[in-house]
Design a protein around this ligand. Structure first.
Ligand code: C2E
Ligand code: MG
Ligand code: MG
Ligand code: MG
Length: 271
């Protein structure tokens, strides 16, 4: 795979599948230790009620600063963790640190925290039980933990993924579909899945003001979701015009730089 020249003159590799890519090899070999030593940071991005601007909860986003290569984006980290077979432990560790964080907060501060889950996690039969056990160990109300799943999770083994989601839902954990609109699956899975919310992908939201077709897609998705009894979250809300348009469409929640970027835990305590 060819290396591309970025603006800064640093080579950016087109594919993480390149076995001869030294950057990838270094990251892969350090990933396992990073996960085991919890050498990552969690950032929290507010999810805001579009009517009264109350913070309903936060999405948890993983940040890894490699000692030599610097900041590694989740877009690079997560696929690598999947390739290297570290995604099971990574997700479970992220959930663990999230629950620990919840327990450390003052009793009157009880936001919902949403963790991203990989497709791989949902086909692991042990995953739901491990999450449920962790919630019990930390003595957390299961409804305070939300798990964000993507449509792609249902591509390979839909039966098993559905079983996992059902088990998590039975235990009282909140579930939402992330990046809605970017997958290729049929809409029928929306009627089968026990989820509470749908997050419209930021690619539709960011272009909404300029593109009428995007607006039609967004407003139809909101109506569809509401018809099925699901709450709707718009991701990638970057300005007030977009927030206003979404409010008009009766979208429930917004997330994006307009309301707040992802920040470390201490910063959200000071808001
Ligand atoms: P996502 O779950 O859809 O998260 C939203 C992404 O959009 C985040 O990027 C967030 O920083 C970014 N974002 C938020 N507001 C705005 C905005 O107004 N404009 C723009 N342009 N971007 C915005 P991030 O943190 O780089 O994460 C990227 C993806 O990596 C996430 O997409 C999620 O799928 C995945 N990810 C992150 N942390 C984890 C994790 O712990 N586990 C797993 N499995 N996946 C993770
Ligand atoms: Mg997400
Ligand atoms: Mg998303
Ligand atoms: Mg996304």
């Amino acid at each position: 795979y060819a290396a591309k020249r970025s603006g800064t003159g640093i080579a950016v590799y087109a594919s993480i599948l390149d076995l001869h890519n030294p950057r990838r090899l270094m990251l892969l070999s350090d990933l396992g230790r990073m996960v085991r030593e919890k050498a990552f940071e969690l950032h929290f991005q507010p999810k805001v009620d579009l009517i009264n601007h109350d913070i309903d909860g936060y999405e948890v986003l993983t940040r890894w600063t490699h000692p030599r290569l610097g900041s590694i984006s989740p877009a690079e980290l997560i696929p690598l963790a999947e390739t290297g077979n570290h995604i099971g432990l990574l997700t479970e560790t992220v959930i663990d640190v999230t629950l620990e964080q919840m327990r450390s907060w003052a009793p009157q501060f009880k936001p919902t925290l949403a963790v991203n889950v990989s497709a791989r996690n949902l086909v692991d039969e042990m995953f739901p039980e491990r999450v449920i056990q962790a919630i019990e160990e930390y003595n957390i109300n299961p409804a305070q933990l939300e798990l964000e799943i993507t449509e792609s999770a249902f591509m390979h083994d839909p039966q098993r993924a559905l079983q996992s989601v059902s088990r998590l839902n039975q235990a009282g954990i909140t579930l939402s579909i992330d990046d809605f609109g970017t997958g290729y699956s049929s809409l029928s899975y929306l009627t089968d899945l026990p989820v509470q919310a749908l997050k419209i992908d930021l690619s539709f939201i960011r272009e909404m003001i300029k593109k009428e077709k995007h607006q039609i897609l967004v407003s139809s998705t909101i109506q569809l979701a509401h018809g099925l009894g699901l709450a709707v979250i718009a991701e990638g809300v970057e300005n007030e015009d977009t927030a206003r348009a979404l409010r008009k469409m009766e979208c429930d929640f917004g997330q994006g730089f307009h309301f707040g970027a992802p920040v470390p835990a201490p910063a959200i305590m000071r808001r």
